[in-house]
Design a protein around this ligand. Sequence first.
Ligand code: ACM
Ligand code: ZN
Length: 564
Amino acid sequence: MAFAAALIVAACAQKETALSSVSLIPMPDEVELHEGFFNLKSAPVFIQEGIAGDARCAIDGFTSQLALSSGKTPKVSDAPAKGGMNFLLNDGLSPEEYLLKVDAEGLRLEASAFNGFLYGLETLKQLLPPEFYSAGKVSARWTLPFIDIKDSPRFAYRGMHLDSSRHFWSIDEVKRYIDIMLSYKLNRFHWHLTDDQGWRVEIKRFPRLTEVGSMRKETLEGSLYADSLRFDGTPYGGFYTQDEMREVVAYAAARGITVIPEIDLPGHMVAALTAYPELGCTGGPYEVWTLWGISEDVLCPGNEKTFEFIEGVLDEICDIFPSEYIHIGGDECPKVRWAACPKCQARIRELKLRDSGGVSKEQRLQNYVTSRVQDYLASKGRKIIGWDEILEGELSEGATVMSWRGTEGGIEASARGFDAIMTPYPFLYLDYYQSRERDHEPLAIGGYLPLERVYSYEPFDGLTEGSESHILGVQANLWTEYIATPEHLEYMLLPRLLAVSEIQWCKPERKDYGRFLSSLPAQFRMLDIRGYTYHKGEAGFIGLPGAEYPVRTPEELESYLQGL
Ligand code: ACM
Ligand code: ZN
């Protein structure tokens, strides 16, 4: 008995050691490692009939890349092959689920749908040496450990946001961003396309949006909070044509990612007002904003032309982006212009809006804008997402709330029966500093959000019991006021995106920060080969299991942020 028990303990210990050597992020739901390795280099490929379209393309992409890097083109087999790579349909699995088995018989990847195959392939890539990503033939051990994986995500919505207004990212840079999202099994790309500092989408009915609204005369250098503001004196701009945006939509779709466009309204609209000043309460003139603050100039909802404008823009946005959800912003909309505007006040009287229950009549006017835009999009079969400010006052059924000013918005929304996406800034704003050593970091907007703090986030914390099903998922945001180059963008994204992916994908009991850290060196080798820039950690701590660096409590962080 004692001998048998000792054997089991030894076997478990071996499994544990081996498990830490596979370095998968996000860690799959169930993983069992066995003794032995399978050599892929000369394995024939079988793809079951019925695996078609995007799934077939993804598998072909994987086998072609393997052929390129290993220097050996696999034979194609017309039946499941012993010792081969076999891709099989399994209708018993949910669309994002997959089974991966590697043993002496070869490799079997089973899924029922495109995303399941995609995620199985991403897991396979992480099991292979990082040289998989090489541009030409390299020598490496083209083997996989014997392994059994059963995997599916915790959340259906696994998002990453990108601000293309404050700084503009080329189509190629956006594609690279999407590539790395797929590597960590994210499936929603929230594209922030318009803001005070630049309008970035071509709208054919309103050409001045890009002719005028996409250019600002200069860009702030240094911090907005510096004693004296300094500007670079260089005009800055850029926009995406509709064809380019369609190209991004197709590129993302081939990677299982839905693009959710954001047209931020009724605030954050100075770039549009510069192009069409009659849409503002004062009539302008306006100038594309060069400060990183919040402008008091916003759209005038007292003017019917404003709604013609919004609907005209959304008509074209819906033509470009097939997403079920359209993000309509709704954050940070000061009400000072509306309070002084005769047209807005006339609209308030016409709608019989009143200050009541701690909600001002101007806030109720924003509720009216949200609800009217929601109805318009519903008539086109679309749903809205808005930042958590849309909860203030009244909100119509069917809206989804993105909780950013902490977790309270998501807690309130889900308790009130609205769907919510959690993106609280104290955990998921990747524009914050990731190190305490600010002198060695590029200038950031502020904050302190080290990897460990991102990792620690639990989206169900604080929810009213029974409202968990309203939490669609989790997203991190990357605002780019202080980020001007692709290298800097990637540096802020990585490796914190990896921590985000475990919040989104893993059940809480599968998360383990020590195991996560020990997987980073292998992930970093992959990022190196792919040429991504990333943050290597405070004083080199990251990657050393058990390393400690101080993390603020949520309360300490709150007061620290307020002091910035
Ligand atoms: C936001 O960060 N203003 C949504
Ligand atoms: Zn007005």
